[in-house]
Design a protein around this ligand. Structure first.
Ligand code: FUL
Length: 694
């Protein structure tokens, strides 16, 4: 305290130039930097350090193969044949995750516990004769395996009769109370923002204050997730990609979760100097959809893809909430658990050896020249010791000299977030012995709790972190340097309108092998050398090999139906529209709302369904509500889907496969856009294709 007074006196007397000298003599007594801007609470600081935990989507949708149930499904469909929550917990633990958040109630209103406020619950299901309680089994298993337990409850409820009236807020608060008082500690309460009912005029005005108070009353240590927090936020997409710039601070005044949220671009980056500390949580599924479907068993994300997500989530100042949906049996599928273990192994291999360990560090400024804020704090592994600069220093370098020349491709840096998020621009540079100068290898913006910078492998003995801009003097508690696992890129399979398949691989000099009979490709499979025809469809599996087949990529699978070679657009003369059937999902077209898209398939086919591929962006004017019809002569039409919806297309704009109740013969197909995921005068189509009866 006396020291502070002394400092102030000196400064006000205009003696600040003396300060550094005076303070350097009293190492250890230099005042810490003042915190800057919005700050994390103690529980948020703990939360950042969790980094990685599991999401589980489970409920009637698991059995009905939809992403959004409508609340009218028979609760009896929920009937896992061999549910084993201990298998979920042991898998999460072995994967290196710190907890599990489960969909206690999704948009269909179905409760995974026997709620007294609903008649659409496990009690009404066929599972365990209505005596089961998934939350009980999972919370017990989490305790047994030392995992944190969290719950997702969707405010949007398509089953509850009071939904859309003020009474529903009380009902929802009561269901929250049940979940938050009966199963022990809850570390995170997840509130989803989706509300697909707004069009029906059934727009519930949510009492967020009541919901938040209910959570904090029963679980004061829990964090609340929503689009805008208050404790952690959605980061704007379901692809696992947080902003390259990612502030943990966000302006929330005047915003609401869901339809009243800031744009997904803002959620993706946060706001510089934002009002509140609302850090990003990246929620993404290991499969294309959130719920289990047997059709996605072959489409579990590759390790390469998961590692990418690791860098664009944990490596970008976010926590990673990875969804692993249980099967109809009630277990994690072996394809998912195997992938989780492979993923963990690559993370471990990549970050086990910190090349910074025996490095000599030197900063161009250290606060008050005090050892208390010295560079050694950057590599001591402790959270609460940090290096900082004098208040006025916002541009600074830390030079790192390694004991010998080393090859590396990742640089990790961490701010001491209890003092706020401060760094706004930095580069990583290596010393080039030949030219005798610094060479920039990465130029980035924000850091936050953790930032991992990726760059191609470089060999050097000296490098530096150059902070170029900061909102207040930088304070860092960790840096690291790694040679992370690099992948042989998985082959990319594409097929053009004429049905010619091309397999490419960005890794130099690969040899690609493939199969078309569903078997795993090996060196004895067909060697790819030029595009080949697959007009009527089939399954291709491909692998890339390098170094005389010593190293191989992951196997990639592409499943094609009939190619659009003979197809033409009949509804539009405009050639642009043909992009909707060019076989290339990268080409998209915008069509005026009110104009249906009609396609001539050039022959009569037995159709069992169709696929609409939207534009892969949350803000795109993709189709949400649609009608789909077929015809044999372009005159008599049969409507197979009337005013149906592509569920969750706004947040997760992936290809939408729709299966008809019964197959139909058709030469013409017609897609009508009735309502868009984002209001616009035109709707977007990347591709429309069909699923034929084989
Ligand atoms: C979205 C929901 O609509 C999805 O079904 C899923 O639960 C995802 C995590 O959040 O908003």
């Amino acid at each position: 305290m006396r020291k502070k007074l002394f400092t102030q006196v000196l400064q006000s007397a205009g003696f600040s130039f003396l300060l550094a000298g005076v303070l350097s003599g009293c190492a250890g007594n230099v005042e810490p930097p003042a915190p800057y801007g919005a700050l994390p609470s103690a529980k948020q600081i703990d939360w950042h350090q969790l980094e990685y935990y599991m999401f589980m989507h489970f409920g009637p949708n698991t059995f009905t193969d939809v992403e959004w149930g409508d609340g009218k499904e028979d609760p009896k469909v929920f009937n896992p044949s061999n549910l084993d929550a201990r298998q979920w917990a042991s898998t999460a633990k072995a994967a290196g995750m710190k907890g599990i958040i489960i969909t206690a109630k999704h948009h269909d209103g179905f409760c995974l516990w026997p709620s007294n406020y609903s008649t659409h619950t496990v009690r009404e299901s066929a599972w365990k004769d209505g005596k089961g309680d998934v939350l009980r089994e999972l919370s017990d298993a989490c305790k047994e395996y030392g995992l944190l337990f969290g719950v997702y409850l969707s405010p949007w409820d398509q089953n509850h009769p009071s939904y859309g009236t003020p009474e529903y807020n009380e009902v929802f608060a009561n269901t929250l109370t049940e979940v938050l008082t009966q199963y022990g500690d809850v570390f995170e309460q997840w509130f989803d923002g989706a509300n697909g009912d707004a069009h029906k005029g059934k727009r519930q005005v949510y009492d967020w204050d009541l919901f938040h108070n209910t959570v904090y009353t029963h679980q004061p240590q829990a964090l609340i997730f929503s689009d805008i927090g208050p404790d952690c936020r959605w980061m704007g997409n379901e692809r696992g990609i947080a902003g390259k710039t990612n502030w943990a601070t966000l302006n929330i005044k005047g915003f609401e979760p869901g339809l009243g949220a800031p744009s997904s671009d803002i959620l993706n980056t946060g706001n510089r100097d934002g009002e509140k500390w609302v850090p990003a949580e990246v929620d993404v599924s290991i499969r294309p959809g959130w719920f289990y479907s047997p059709t996605t068993d072959n489409r579990v994300k590759s390790v390469e893809h998961l590692m990418d997500i690791y860098y664009t989530s944990i490596g970008r100042n976010s926590n990673l909430l990875l969804n692993v949906p249980p099967t109809r049996e009630g277990r994690i599928h072996k394809n998912d658990s195997t992938r989780l273990m492979e993923f963990k192994q690559v993370i471990e291999e990549s970050f086990a050896n910190d090349l910074m360990k025996n490095a000599k560090l030197k900063a161009t400024n250290t606060r008050g020249n005090s050892s208390r804020y010295g560079v050694k704090n950057l590599i001591d592994g402790a959270f609460d010791t940090y290096w900082a600069t004098d208040d006025e220093v916002k541009e600074v370098s830390i030079e790192i000299e390694l004991p010998k020349m080393q090859s590396f491709n990742r640089f990790q840096v961490q701010e001491y977030i209890p003092l706020g998020q401060r760094i706004a621009a930095f580069t990583v540079d290596v010393w080039n012995e030949e030219t005798g100068s610094w060479q920039e290898i990465a130029s980035e913006t924000t850091v936050g709790y953790k930032r991992i910078v990726r760059f191609p492998l470089v060999t050097a003995q000296k490098l530096r972190l150059h902070v170029k801009d900061a909102l207040a003097c930088p304070a860092l508690n960790g840096i690291g340097l790694f040679k992370a696992v690099e992948f042989i890129s998985t082959p990319q399979i594409s097929r053009d309108k004429e049905g010619r398949v091309t397999i490419a691989c960005p890794t130099p000099d690969p040899v690609i092998y493939y199969t078309t009979d569903g078997t795993t490709p090996t060196v004895s499979s067909i060697r790819y050398d030029k595009p080949f025809a697959l007009l009527r469809g089939g399954m291709i599996k491909a692998v890339a090999m390098i170094d005389n087949n010593q190293q191989q990529s992951e196997v990639v699978t592409a499943d094609y139906d009939i190619a659009p070679a003979k197809w033409s657009i009949v509804s539009h003369k405009n050639e642009e529209v043909a992009k909707a059937i060019d076989g290339n999902t990268a080409n998209r077209v915008l069509i005026d709302k009110g104009q249906p898209l009609t396609i001539d398939l050039g022959e009569t086919l037995d159709l069992k369904g169709f696929v609409y591929t939207p534009v892969n962006h949350t803000a795109a004017p993709n189709i949400y509500r649609y009608t789909f019809s077929v015809s044999e002569d372009n005159k008599q039409w049969q409507t197979l889907q009337r005013a149906a919806t592509f569920n969750n297309i706004r947040n997760n704009p992936i290809a939408q496969e729709v299966l008809f109740e019964t197959p139909a013969k058709a030469r013409y197909i017609k897609l009508e856009a009735l309502e868009l995921a984002n209001p616009a005068a035109q709707y977007a189509v990347s591709e429309v294709s069909v699923l034929t009866v084989k």
